[in-house]
Write a protein that binds this ligand. Structure first.
Ligand SMILES: Cc1cc2nc3c(=O)[nH]c(=O)nc-3n(C[C@H](O)[C@H](O)[C@H](O)COP(=O)(O)OP(=O)(O)OC[C@H]3O[C@@H](n4cnc5c(N)ncnc54)[C@H](O)[C@@H]3O)c2cc1C
Length: 187
């Protein structure tokens, strides 16, 4: 997958996998490649911040051994890594469109597998509103006298919550309050 999409987008993708749990295995090589960070911290700082030693992880000298440790089919695993490496070496991820600066071939043993567990941290959904922040019914008709704002308003982010858009939720909450108040005053 392209793990450089936002955290919530990747969480949705993983949660939607049929018969899958809430985790993926992240496979990394041993090298000094510093993965660029959108959040401004490096690998060492991230390791401390997220206390990653507590995370379930495995290390092996070969991909085959690592596949056995995490209980996935060897052939598929090795072929997947090989395909990823080919894309890295070609300098373009034509499968998932991951940005070039993040492409680092998994070709330096020992290899590691880290169990990345995804959690949703907010209640999903909310009430559907029109552009005046009036809550609408199942026919999309406004319910008289009922307005909503902020977290209560559903569908405001589509199917993704873009964490790289700073202040997106607080900005919406304040703006919603303004628009809902104005709409109510003009009703
Ligand atoms: C850990 C965390 C980090 C976040 N970081 C960011 C960020 O960096 N940028 C960003 O934009 N957004 C961020 N958000 C999201 C943002 O804070 C919320 O989306 C925003 O505060 C929602 O505003 P709101 O007014 O809709 O709801 P709230 O701020 O939750 O306000 C609802 C209010 O209603 C009150 N209330 C509830 N029930 C009743 C009742 N029955 N009677 C009377 N009062 C009641 C509650 O006490 C509360 O004061 C973050 C949220 C969390 C939890």
């Amino acid at each position: 997958m392209n793990e450089c999409t936002s955290l919530l987008a990747s969480s949705h993708i993983i949660a939607d996998l049929p018969g899958h749990g809430n985790y993926v295995w992240q496979i990394i090589p041993t090298n000094d490649f510093q993965m660029p960070s959108s959040f401004g911290y490096n690998r060492e700082q991230a390791a401390t911040m997220f206390n990653i030693e507590q995370t379930e992880h495995y290390q092996a000298d070969t991909l085959e051994e690592l596949a056995d440790m995490i209980d996935v089919p060897r052939d598929t695993f090795v072929a997947t890594v090989q395909r990823y490496n080919d894309l890295c070496n070609a300098g373009a991820d034509t499968d998932y469109m991951k940005a070039r600066r993040y492409l680092d071939a998994i070709d330096d043993p020992p290899y590691q597998a880290w169990k990345m567990i995804y959690n949703f941290y907010c209640t999903l959904s909310g009430v559907r509103c029109n552009e005046h922040l009036q809550v609408v019914d199942e026919n999309f008709d406004p319910i008289p006298g009922l307005y909503a704002g902020g977290n209560t308003v559903g569908y405001r982010f589509g199917d993704d919550y873009e964490t790289l858009l700073h202040g997106g939720s607080n900005g919406l909450a304040a703006t919603h309050g303004y628009v809902a108040g104005e709409s109510a005053a003009n009703a």
